[in-house]
Write a protein that binds this ligand. Structure first.
Ligand code: NAP
Length: 248
């Protein structure tokens, strides 16, 4: 058995930890190479793109991968689509490790947006001081907004962002509720834009918004996150059980 874990998430990291601790399974973690100092999981690690679905299929064959686990972020749509196509082409079973999405509580003030462009349109209508918790690749839709000040939080803060009026802060989760309440108050935030990432590490901002009665523009997950061609489990233990079952 030889497992390829498409990672770059806390879950991918946890899975590598668990497989390393249990022993007996050969595995490789794959990182995209986006962050300057990624948390390096235990075991063998490779970094950088494969060159599309065909490149990934070639890699599966060359490295004699027997199990593919897509543990990437729910919003990593391209690599997830590539994983489906490559697994099919190379005849390798694929499992999606996917954290459940957050669901709104009665006292949450969420406005659902289908994608970043729709979220940007809502921001343009609203204006004011807006906390953007998106990646640099998702900011293009916000470039022409002139009636808002954006507070942007990223793991690696680039020197310049394609926004009109903004402040960028570099920080890596997990974030505490206290931290988020302080940040929102300090920057006089009136609106939050978030992706429905799920998980605990970045949930505190949603809780803080609830406490402060702030609206959250919640960007829904891309459709590939629910693709039936890659059955999904939510827990790393379920991935280990799947690998073991398949190996029999
Ligand atoms: P994406 O748009 O779905 O993928 C773009 C390209 O990056 C892919 O086509 C692939 O290049 C390469 N790539 C992505 N993940 C890879 C991996 N684990 N190993 C090797 N190559 C990978 O991906 P993204 O949304 O930019 O995310 C990139 C990485 O950051 C992923 O590992 C993801 O788990 C992590 N991450 C993403 C988010 C988010 O909000 N999107 C948040 C936290 C962490 P090739 O086509 O050349 O193979």
């Amino acid at each position: 058995m030889r497992v390829l874990i498409l990672g770059g998430t806390h879950e991918g990291f946890q899975l590598a930890e668990l497989l390393a601790a249990q022993g007996g399974v050969d595995f490789i973690s794959s990182l995209a190479g986006r962050t300057r100092e990624p948390r390096r999981p235990k075991g063998q690690v490779r970094t950088g793109g494969f060159g599309g679905a065909d490149g990934l299929a070639d890699y599966l064959r060359t490295e004699r991968i027997t199990h593919l686990v897509n543990a990437t972020h729910p919003f990593a749509a391209q690599i997830s689509a590539n994983a489906v196509a490559a697994a099919e082409a190379a005849g390798v079973p694929l499992l999606r490790l996917l954290r459940p999405a957050w669901t709104a509580r009665q006292d949450d003030r969420w406005v659902e947006a289908r994608h970043a462009t729709e979220a940007a349109e809502l921001c343009r209508r609203e204006g004011g001081r807006i906390f953007l918790t998106l990646g640099s690749g998702e900011l293009d839709a916000f470039t022409e907004i002139h009636n808002a000040h954006f507070l942007v939080r990223m793991i690696d803060a680039p020197e310049r962002l394609p926004l009109h009026d903004y402040r960028v802060i570099a920080a890596r989760g997990p974030f505490s509720l206290q931290n988020e309440l302080r940040l929102l108050a300090e920057h006089h935030i009136g609106l939050i834009v978030a992706k429905n990432s799920g998980g605990e590490a970045t949930y505190a901002k949603i809780e803080a918004a609830r406490r402060m009665a702030l609206a959250v523009i919640m960007i829904e997950r891309p459709a590939i996150a629910l693709d039936p061609r890659s059955p999904a489990v939510a827990r790393v233990e379920d991935v280990v059980a799947w690998i073991t079952q398949q190996g029999r």
